[in-house]
Design a protein around this ligand. Structure first.
Ligand SMILES: C[S@@+](CC[C@H](N)C(=O)[O-])C[C@H]1O[C@@H](n2cnc3c(N)ncnc32)[C@H](O)[C@@H]1O
Length: 220
């Protein structure tokens, strides 16, 4: 990947106006992200692809770890996230982050009035030159990024729990390390993401490291 591609991607995927937009550093992640931190700190990937960013709390975490890291994030940031955030009010996860119900209601009201896209990017204030927001869906957006010349070293999948995201990533970027979230999700449904990752690892001869929600695939 050429050094000037990232600035090109920034030009074609512009940030919304985040002036005066309130940031909410609220993550939907379920633990174990120290595994990803270790890769970022140890292997120093230059380019990371995140599929499913929500309010960019995870992205903020990655970017804060290494001043050289650049991230491309794919998310539609569509209005379904507004209803989703309203549904979180009073629930355990949001209550743990913001114990005061008034703050929880302000959170949901802000995501609605500011919009999910501006709210998410406000959370990355200060990282304007190191994050490209791709407002689109995976896997379609993956092909477009490949066509544009983007080559990630590290991929983090935290979207819709689809096997196709993993399959397209390895087909397009066989050298990239693939990781993600949702390992622990859906106990009553038989842990669907775990099944997807295990089947994928078997087919491609990869080994899995997992902790809480986080999974990492290693080449043996
Ligand atoms: C669990 S949240 C991501 C959480 C985020 N990584 C964090 O730690 O806070 C899932 C996100 O995936 C996005 N999403 C759903 N389907 C997607 C798709 N096909 N491609 C990209 N993003 C998608 C949703 O809009 C949502 O913001």
């Amino acid at each position: 990947m050429t050094d000037n591609l990232f600035p090109e991607l920034l030009k074609t995927h512009t940030w919304p106006d985040i002036q005066g937009v309130r940031a909410w550093d609220y993550t939907l992640g379920g633990g174990g992200r120290h595994l990803i931190d270790a890769i970022i700190r140890g292997q120093k990937p230059r380019f990371m692809l995140e599929i499913g960013c929500f309010l960019c709390a995870s992205t903020r975490r990655w970017l804060s770890l290494d001043p050289e890291l650049k991230v491309v994030g794919i998310d539609p940031w569509d209005s379904s996230l507004i209803d989703q955030c309203h549904r979180y009010v009073g629930r355990p996860a949001l209550s743990r982050a913001y114990p005061d119900i008034v703050v929880q209601k302000q959170f949901a009201a802000d995501i609605e009035s500011q919009g999910p896209f501006a709210s998410a990017l406000a959370n990355l204030r200060g990282f304007e030159d190191r994050f490209v927001p791709v407002r689109d869906f995976s896997p379609t957006a993956l092909y477009k990024l490949k066509d544009a010349g983007f080559e990630p070293d590290l991929i983090y999948i935290d979207a819709n729990k689809q096997a196709i995201d993993l399959e397209v990533c390895i087909a397009l970027w066989p050298g990239a390390q693939i990781t993600g979230d949702d390992w622990h999700w859906g106990r009553t449904k038989g842990y669907p993401m775990r099944q997807i990752v295990q089947a994928f690892a078997d087919i491609h001869g990869l080994t899995i490291e997992a902790d809480h929600a986080t999974w990492v695939l290693h080449r043996t």
